[in-house]
Write a protein that binds this ligand. Structure first.
Ligand SMILES: *Cc1c(COP(=O)(O)O)cnc(C)c1O
Ligand SMILES: [Zn+2]
Length: 363
């Protein structure tokens, strides 16, 4: 079922909607908490459909795949502490966004959509375009006209229709939303199935750690699909009795755009739009994340926290990762920088930590 986080209204899953009548965002939830038997995984092929009990798709013929496999978990160090990196750059188009696109676009096939509109200048645009192409769905990707051409080229290789919009990032979102009235507005920052697809990240960590979970998971956070996917996945594992306690979820932002850190520090349950400054962590520059209140709820409920890092700290962290042969994009290095800072300031314990390296370097 889909329910609205704002007014709690329930919505039919057969209806292609992207938000509630009241303007609130939607969350997918099962009537009965899904439960995956570890033994049942032994005989399943690799790919994210192995966690099928947790994926809201009624017919596996609609699955759209680009040949996903489990991404590697590799041990390494940050400031002398041992951590485990989850290498999401190994996803088919180079970022964890594929987990969301995989389920969202499979759902679009189930709904029979022929055409969708999405706004993104980065990894989500590339990922949605790639899965749409595999599904035979026309993707119209809207991006701000100031987007660097290398980023547009990264999306263009999957052959969507690209529209460049004059004005701000917010103007692009508005135009995409209007264009979506003719077809379907497939915003990854709003879509409940995108977030549900990212639950596979939680299930995969659980399986790879021999059906245990770490004490904390650190992720860069912008629109929150990775943090929320992790939260809903771990919550299902706990509610179904597979694990006793959930990992603390640590969200890291760039100081240049930190609406979630600011709300967390105020102890608030909702976000106020932030003022944006320049940052190399382009993937998390979202001044007013639509699901802000759910992200904060997930952080509080898991006993986690939200903190921000400076450009200097991001640069240092890129260098530290490079020394370990981990070539990630600056946005991903934010998580490692947050871990280093959080441990140094005594905000979090160093032990049993998974750092999600969300996307690989494009250079
Ligand atoms: C999108 C993205 C993020 C931020 O994820 P959200 O789900 O928006 O919080 C982080 N890192 C990379 C590489 C991304 O592409
Ligand atoms: Zn509502």
């Amino acid at each position: 079922m889909l329910y609205c986080h704002g007014c709690a209204e329930r919505h039919d899953e057969k209806e292609p909607i992207w938000r509630c009548r009241c303007g609130g965002f939607l969350i997918h939830g099962f009537e009965v908490t899904p439960s995956i038997e570890p033994v049942s995984l032994r005989h399943r092929s690799s790919g994210w459909w192995r966690y099928r009990e947790a994926l809201p798709l009624s017919d596996e013929r609609h699955i759209t795949s680009l040949g996903e496999t489990a991404t590697e978990m590799r041990s390494g160090t940050i400031a002398g502490e041992r951590v485990t990196f989850k290498l999401e750059g190994q996803c088919p188009t180079g970022s964890f966004k594929d987990r969301g696109s995989f389920l969202m676009i499979s759902k679009f096939r189930e709904w029979g959509l022929r055409e969708i509109v999405e706004d993104s200048s980065g990894n989500a645009g590339a990922s949605v375009a790639a899965y749409c192409r595999a599904a035979g769905i026309t993707a119209r990707i809207y991006a701000p006209s100031y987007t660097p051409s290398v980023k547009i080229a990264n999306i263009a290789r999957y052959e969507p229709e690209i529209t460049l919009v004059e004005g701000t990032r917010e103007d692009t979102a508005l135009q995409a939303e209007q264009a979506g009235q003719e077809s379907y507005y497939a915003s990854h920052n709003w879509n409940p199935y995108f977030t549900a697809g990212v639950k596979t990240l939680a299930y995969e960590i659980w399986e790879q750690m021999d059906f245990r979970v770490p004490q904390q998971v650190v992720v860069p956070v912008g629109g929150g699909s990775s943090l929320l996917g992790l939260y809903y996945g771990f919550k299902e594992l706990r509610d179904s009795g597979r694990i006793d306690t959930m990992p603390r979820l640590i969200g890291v932002q760039a100081e240049a755009c930190e609406p979630l850190t600011a709300a967390f520090l105020r102890g608030d349950r909702s976000v106020r739009p932030a003022v944006k400054g320049p940052t190399m962590a382009e993937g998390i520059v979202i001044a007013d994340p639509p699901k802000g209140s759910a992200i904060l709820e997930a952080i509080y409920a898991s006993g986690g926290l939200c903190l921000s890092v400076s450009e200097e700290e991001i640069s240092q962290s890129i260098a530290g990762l490079c020394e370990q042969s981990l070539a990630v994009e600056p946005t991903s290095a934010v998580a490692a920088a947050g871990y280093r800072k959080g441990v140094a300031l005594g905000m979090m314990a160093p032990e049993a930590t998974v750092i999600v390296l969300t996307g690989k370097s494009k250079k």
